[in-house]
Ligand binder design. Sequence first.
Ligand code: IPD
Ligand code: CA
Ligand code: CA
Length: 265
Amino acid sequence: MQPMLNIAIRAARRAGTIIIRSIEKRQDLHVESKAKNDFVSEVDRQAEAAIISILRKAYPSHAILAEEGGAQKGNEYQWIIDPLDGTTNFLHGNPQFSVSIALTKSNYLEQAVIYDPLRDELYTASRGEGALLNDRRIRVSGLGSLDGALLGTGFPFRMQEHIDTYLNTFKALYPFVSDIRRAGSAALDLAYVAAGRLDGFWELGLKKWDMAAGVLLIQEAGGFSTDFGGGNDYLKTGNIVAASPRIHKEILQTIQPHLSKGLKR
Ligand code: IPD
Ligand code: CA
Ligand code: CA
């Protein structure tokens, strides 16, 4: 196993322990609102501090981009961290959240870990070496078309100016698929695409730390991730379509005629 992946796993498990320990006292937690519908609790901050301390100890010269603490400069390696993806679920005791850690080298994704601490499910990938769930190889879904597909998505609840565009994409896909899930942790949704538990996923307005680890997992599991124009700018625009190759093409073709002109692809 790659030593950098090993360190990331240690950090993700440590954050998972902190999150699980705090579930019972979630009603007493200090919670702040960063923006409309965007919450951060002391658990997000503690989990992030624990991850960064483990990564920094092992790799003091690496750069860091973390959701709560922002960016710290370093060499060509950068860790991209979402210490608790699905904070709103966590704060309601809704059991769907994860820890997401990715490592890039000169902006190329190298390592990925997404950890679901409640189910003890650990998704890992190293570039060129495939994707694993608890050490077993995973692949994206083998479904040949949208017919019968189970898709995942997220609502643009922090960017309400995009609700009409989003609903148009939803309405366009809805008649073709078997069902659509909005589970509340984008990182875990992407891990589910890598594991074939979802046939595809789309969301707009995400951040780098929601997507980076999931994108490498999907790539290593045989799938594709693009922005809404079919290009590679999803980490910049925040708009992502991710799926197995055939379903990915169909999702893009289905939603593209319904995107508003003002939306960054
Ligand atoms: C959120 C979750 C959610 C997605 C939001 C994200 P957070 O992350 O991934 O599923 O719809 O856009 O911001 O704030 O819980 O880390
Ligand atoms: Ca997140
Ligand atoms: Ca988060």
